[in-house]
Write a protein of this length. Structure first.
Length: 534
């Protein structure tokens, strides 16, 4: 379960006894903070229960680079090239996450460019990331931000005043002042980590730092000096520990070109540059000769042991009609190499290999995501189980009026392949092109299954209201219907809202949402309807 998949769990088998003691100290603090949550909780039939106060995280090994590595691909707009103009296409973002969820994708690597999020010092622009992380979260897809690209105002020796997306932008340079990087990481993790929106708990620091395209230290043309990257990692670790209890730090995915050499040098650093205590997961990329290249990267770790992810995986030469058996063999192959999670690169078919959507480069041209021949092949591999059904909503009825603290009631649906752990209840008052996507919900809560209670089945019609026992068909022991009710603690201002509910199983799989209902909140004053005189 999720608490086993904690930062400490991946650290117990590394290095010296002193090293392990330091790691254990950090983990014990997290355990003490959370242990009270598990007291007197009944056990599920399938084993220890998840934290009842948090939605369970999927343990699925199947992730995907859903929208590609560039900002204009990841966050589509009406006009995305060569400038980022117009409203972000919330409908397209929702569509790609929804269809990826239906294919079995349970984690998404999402471009998180520092230069786009902080274009000027202390001026943060969060909207794109807010929407992407929220929509991924709606479907139970864990967002994994790959955090990279320095703003020109912070980069060493530059201030060229051009847009971050421009090809001449010096985004691969390190910052001249590491405090700027620390400040940015503090804002990012505080916003999306455990003490903020609670949506992100895996933080990938940079992308392919072994390649000049992504990481270039001017005084080190051979890129052999990894000191600056190590310092960036250590600064990031500090902010993750401060703002996201249990958050995990990922080394930026190393390429299969110069990655082994870079990683070897990184692991050899000591003193103030030693990052072995700061890393939870090592990630890398591989597209061919999978065993050989994974072996080289693993050998570069020496005696150090970390959880291993492949954050860009595909196979050169494959086409969309690759057989399910070949795909299954590939995943079995990388699992045998100790890879815990992989991210298919990319979601759409390119020269890198097949994707679950047909080729639509350039992706900034707005159009629907069309499943490819590879879609069902991937789904067969990643999604061979059933999710819970959609809950049946009871109260409030559609178009109802309510006080500022409505009570929501729904019936427990049939479970899928795994027991139901709880429910996602969402309420939103925002629309995109006249339709609710719950991309900025006013209410987004986890309702544990333990809140279920049983109420007598209420029968309508004459039989239920008859005063004569002889004419009543209500049995002496009426059947019971499992009901869930929830009333939020906060109050909501008057307005028109939309709400829905989905069941979530113990493996973190979010089932389909109920049909959306509308609700008018009119405040706490008594509502008087006009009297109709006849």
């Amino acid at each position: 379960m999720w608490w086993i998949d904690s930062p400490g769990a991946s650290r117990f088998s590394r290095a010296s006894p002193f090293t392990e003691a330091m790691k254990l100290k950090r983990v014990l603090l997290s355990i003490l903070c959370l242990s009270f949550l598990f007291v007197s909780r009944p056990l599920l039939a399938s084993g220890p229960p998840p934290d009842p106060l948090r939605q369970p995280r999927s343990q699925s090994p199947y992730g995907m680079d859903i929208m590609g590595p560039g900002w204009q691909w990841t966050f589509p707009r009406e006009e995305a090239w060569p400038r980022l103009e117009g409203d972000i296409r919330v409908d397209l973002l929702d569509e790609v996450f929804r269809k990826s969820w239906a294919a079995g994708v349970r984690s998404a690597r999402i471009s998180t460019w520092w230069c786009m999020l902080e274009p000027e010092r202390d001026n943060y622009v969060w909207e794109d990331l807010d929407y992407a992380f929220q929509l991924a979260h709606n479907y139970g897809i864990d967002p994994v931000p790959e955090i990279y690209y320095t703003p020109d105002w912070a980069a060493i020796g530059t201030d060229i005043n051009v847009e971050c997306i421009d090809s001449d932008y010096p985004r691969n340079l390190p910052p001249s002042n590491l405090d700027d990087w620390s400040d940015f990481m503090a804002e990012l993790v505080a916003r999306y980590g455990a003490y903020g929106k609670d949506q992100v708990h895996d933080w990938e620091i940079w992308n392919e730092p072994d390649l000049f395209e992504f990481w270039y230290v001017p005084w080190d043309p051979e890129n052999a000096n990894v000191d600056m990257y190590a310092l960036m990692v250590k600064r990031a670790r500090k902010e993750i520990d401060q703002h996201d209890i249990g958050g995990r730090l990922l080394l930026g995915g190393f390429s299969d070109i110069y990655g082994p050499d870079f990683l070897r040098r990184l692991m050899a650093l000591r003193g103030p540059y030693d990052i072995r205590e700061d890393v939870d997961i090592v990630t890398f990329h591989v597209f061919s000769d999978h065993i050989g290249k994974i072996t080289k990267l693993k050998n570069a770790l020496g005696d150090n042991e970390f959880e291993l992810w492949v954050t860009e995986l595909n196979s050169w030469g494959w086409t969309e009609d690759v057989s399910p058996q070949k795909l299954a063999d590939l995943f079995e192959l990388i699992a045998e190499q100790g890879i815990v999670r992989s991210f298919w690169f990319k979601s759409w078919t390119t020269d890198w290999g097949p994707g679950i959507f047909v080729n639509q480069d350039p992706l900034w041209v707005p159009k629907p995501f069309t499943p490819s021949l590879f879609y069902n092949t991937f789904k067969q591999q990643a999604f061979p189980y059933e999710t819970p059904e959609a809950p049946r909503l009871q109260q409030p009825v559609d178009a109802a009026m309510s006080s500022s603290q409505p009570t929501f009631v729904w019936e427990r649906p049939a479970a899928g392949s795994f027991p139901i752990a709880g429910y996602k209840l969402q309420m939103d008052n925002s629309l995109f092109r006249g339709k609710p996507y719950f991309h900025s919900p006013e209410l987004d809560v986890w309702v544990p299954a333990s809140m279920i209670h049983f109420l007598p089945l209420q029968l309508g019609g004459a039989q239920a209201t008859s005063s004569s026992p002889a004419h009543s068909s209500i049995p002496a022991s009426p059947p019971s219907t499992p009901i869930v009710s929830y009333q939020p603690e906060q109050s909501f201002p008057p307005g028109l809202y939309y709400w829905r509910v989905a069941a979530v199983d113990v493996e973190g799989n979010v089932g389909p949402y109920s049909p959306v209902r509308t609700l008018s909140i009119v405040g706490d004053e008594q509502v008087f309807l006009p009297t109709i005189l006849r």
